[in-house]
Ligand binder design. Structure first.
Ligand code: SAM
Length: 261
């Protein structure tokens, strides 16, 4: 393997521990029948484990200085395809994935854009396992009435079962980042029907625009105030309820009620 100059600007915190890499593939539910998408191949350590355990692996890496190392891996594993380009610019539809699984130690500087790009193409994926900063992972899984519960908790949990499968200590990475990480598994569920998901996302953003304010205050520019009061009453909330008190199901109930005004 070539000597690596780790680039902080590209979120390069690599993993080399074989036990941990195998645990990640297991948490990501990888088996011989599946196609896996990896974002950020790095030195290819996780990529290699995925190639050994999956039918097909498609990986992205933006840093061309890693190409010689990754090309070697490509010569060993014929089930591997690597795109040397920015994942954010790639049109996922061209891959024509069906029931694929995402398993990735993703670059932290673009965690949210990557997650939302995957969410937009959620029909292609059976599961999404990402290694991200622990505090961000806790926000993804947060329950109502907690400080971590917010926009991403509601949006992700409206579509997926979200759970932390494992904490990965900062010392496990080379170089070590400042904070610990967590593996988060997103599995799609069909609990709710949301016709216009873009409008729902906007609604949740507006509802949380001022965390300390009441829901009515946050929503009153977009909806009739009396209608919001009626909605809160129907779904058993007090008139002065704050956004963090509303669970995912009732966010969807309220959204549908107000949209149909
Ligand atoms: N998978 C490797 C591992 O676990 O050791 C590397 C993970 S490292 C956290 C993230 C990788 O994503 C880096 O190799 C980085 O160069 C790459 N990366 C950063 N931004 C990217 C982007 N926009 N598109 C594709 N790869 C990117």
């Amino acid at each position: 393997m070539e000597k690596i100059n780790y680039k902080k600007s590209l979120g390069q915190n690599f993993l080399y521990d074989t036990n941990l890499l195998n645990a990640i593939a297991s948490d990501g539910l990888v088996d011989k029948n599946c196609t896996v998408l990896e974002i950020g191949a790095g030195a290819g350590t996780l990529t290699k484990v995925l190639c050994e355990r999956a039918k097909k692996v498609v990986s992205f890496e933006i840093d061309l200085s890693l190409k010689p190392t990754l090309d070697e891996l490509k010569n060993t594993y014929e089930n591997l395809t690597i795109y040397y380009q920015d994942f954010m610019d790639f049109d996922l539809n061209t891959l024509k994935f069906k029931d694929a699984r995402v398993v990735a130690n993703i670059p932290y500087y673009i965690t949210t854009p990557i997650i939302f790009k995957l969410v937009e193409s959620k029909e292609m994926f059976k599961s999404i396992l990402v290694l991200i900063q622990k505090e961000v992972a806790e926000r993804f899984c947060a329950k109502p009435q907690t400080k971590d519960y917010g926009i991403t908790s509601v949006i992700l949990q409206s579509l997926f079962n979200v759970k932390i499968t494992r904490i990965v200590k900062k010392e496990c990475f080379t170089p070590s980042p400042k904070v610990d990480s967590a593996l988060v598994l997103l599995t799609p569920h069909q609990k709710y029907e949301i016709d216009n998901f873009e409008a729902f996302k906007k609604f949740v953003h507006t509802a949380f625009s001022m965390r300390r304010k009441t829901l009515i205050n946050n929503l009153k520019n977009d909806f009739d105030k009396q209608k919001i009061i009626d909605g809160l009453k129907i779904f058993n909330f007090k008139e002065n309820a704050r956004p963090e008190e509303i669970d995912v199901k009732n966010f969807i109930n309220l959204f549908k009620f107000l949209k149909n005004a």
